[in-house]
Design a protein around this ligand. Structure first.
Ligand SMILES: Nc1ncnc2c1ncn2[C@@H]1O[C@H](COP(=O)(O)OP(=O)(O)OP(=O)(O)O)[C@@H](O)[C@H]1O
Ligand SMILES: O=P(O)(O)OC[C@H]1O[C@H](OP(=O)(O)OP(=O)(O)O)[C@H](O)[C@@H]1O
Ligand SMILES: [Mg+2]
Length: 300
């Protein structure tokens, strides 16, 4: 195993260092996004790697825990970082949010045991509140002028009320499964979080061109998510009926079919969730030779 070469703490002017989660819930989807954007990580392997090159010699990837990424970006150790908005807020890091990656959606909630007589945040005055997010929790209760004792935990927060460690929790919820399984109910919402791309403010100026290239690549993958490409041949007489059925980004594209003057080719970008219904509708309207293709990226 080659020793990692000694690196300057801050990436030089010609290099953009992007910090992404090495593990945890969003690590998988972010790795997939990076691959689909065409960046492609140079070295495969386990989540023990720390820094790796990409297909672009001017972009390298730094692997880190989601909670550490905001400060890596704020300090300039990384020019860019992908983590949850909740992590950025918990650290209070001075970074610029460049892109919402529309994944990793979760709500930070205040929850109490189902049998608790607590109904509102004000009812928690003098209570103990367990959380992985002490800074956000403190600010929330201060905004409500409610004095609580915050108990900071590293995870698995839902067990604390049943262990007598806390009266309430402030924790992330997305499907709500963990709360229900642990017989907890939500009494208020603190914030909603999604996974975001954040930038070091100085890097955003000094490396604008390279960062814009990266944002364009990531954005094109996000825009293509849930979309697919429909192609079909239609008799001219049926074209009006088929066009009525097809939405498309800016209306379907209609082209001549060289081998048959009576036919036209109709192409459209459609939502994957509509394909089943659309195919039956265009078929009834007279389309044939219908093809459905995945879309990797859409660049406007
Ligand atoms: N249940 C969830 N649903 C959606 N997104 C979530 C959920 N839990 C965490 N996240 C998001 O994933 C990001 C990283 O959280 P995650 O819990 O994966 O990291 P971690 O807590 O450091 O790792 P681990 O959970 O293994 O301790 C957070 O910024 C958060 O916004
Ligand atoms: O609403 P749900 O879909 O059930 O998800 C909520 C759970 O997800 C997070 O846990 P995570 O998996 O990150 O483990 P952790 O608590 O150890 O961070 C969060 O802390 C909740 O426990
Ligand atoms: Mg977690």
């Amino acid at each position: 195993m080659s020793k990692p070469s000694p690196r300057q703490p801050v990436p030089g002017p010609g290099l953009v260092r992007l910090a992404i989660p090495n593990k945890g819930r969003i690590a998988g989807p972010i790795n997939e996004l990076i691959e689909k954007s065409g960046l492609h990580l140079a070295e495969g392997g386990s989540d023990r790697r720390l820094i790796t090159r990409t297909r672009d010699p001017n972009v390298e990837i730094l692997f880190a825990r989601p909670i550490d990424i905001p400060e890596y970006v704020a300090s300039g150790v990384a020019d860019l970082g992908i983590t949850g908005k909740d992590m950025v807020m918990e650290r209070g890091s001075v970074v610029e949010e460049v892109l919402d990656l529309q994944t990793g959606k979760a709500t930070l909630v205040v929850a109490v045991p189902e049998e608790s007589d607590v109904e509102t945040v004000a009812d928690l005055a003098g209570a103990k509140v367990a959380t992985e997010f002490p800074a956000i929790t403190r600010a929330f209760f201060d905004r409500h002028n409610v004095a609580v004792t915050i108990v900071t935990v590293g995870g698995a927060c839902e067990a604390t009320p049943h262990l007598g460690i806390a009266d309430a929790i402030v924790d992330l919820s997305s499907s709500g499964t963990t709360l229900r399984t642990n017989h907890l109910r939500v009494i208020d919402e603190v914030l909603t979080s999604t996974t975001v791309l954040v930038a070091n403010p100085a890097s955003l100026t000094a490396k604008r061109e390279k960062i814009d290239e990266l944002v364009l690549a990531l954005e094109s993958v996000i825009r293509a998510k849930g979309q697919c490409y429909l192609m079909m041949n239609v008799h001219r007489s049926a074209l009006a009926d088929v066009r009525e059925v097809l939405p498309g980004l800016s209306g379907p594209t209609v082209m001549e079919v060289a081998s048959d003057q009576n036919l036209v080719a109709v192409h459209a970008v459609v939502k994957e969730e509509r394909v089943y219904q659309l195919i039956n509708q265009v078929k009834r309207a007279g389309a044939k030779d219908i093809l459905v293709m995945p879309i990797e990226r859409i660049i406007r």
